[in-house]
Design a protein. Sequence first.
Length: 64
Amino acid sequence: MSFRQFPATDANGDDYVIIEFKDEQADAAPGTGRSARYELADGRHLIRDGREFRTAGGELTLVT
């Protein structure tokens, strides 16, 4: 498991840090499902759609 952090902003221009957790074993075995998950520093999970990231409830949308 590895991770990286990258900046994002919301519609109001507020800055956030998105953390990408990458399962390196899933990369080695194609077709096994998601190889990465995304979270905010406070633990909220994010759903990725291209350069946009949303919380599951849709209350926060971020752009990288």
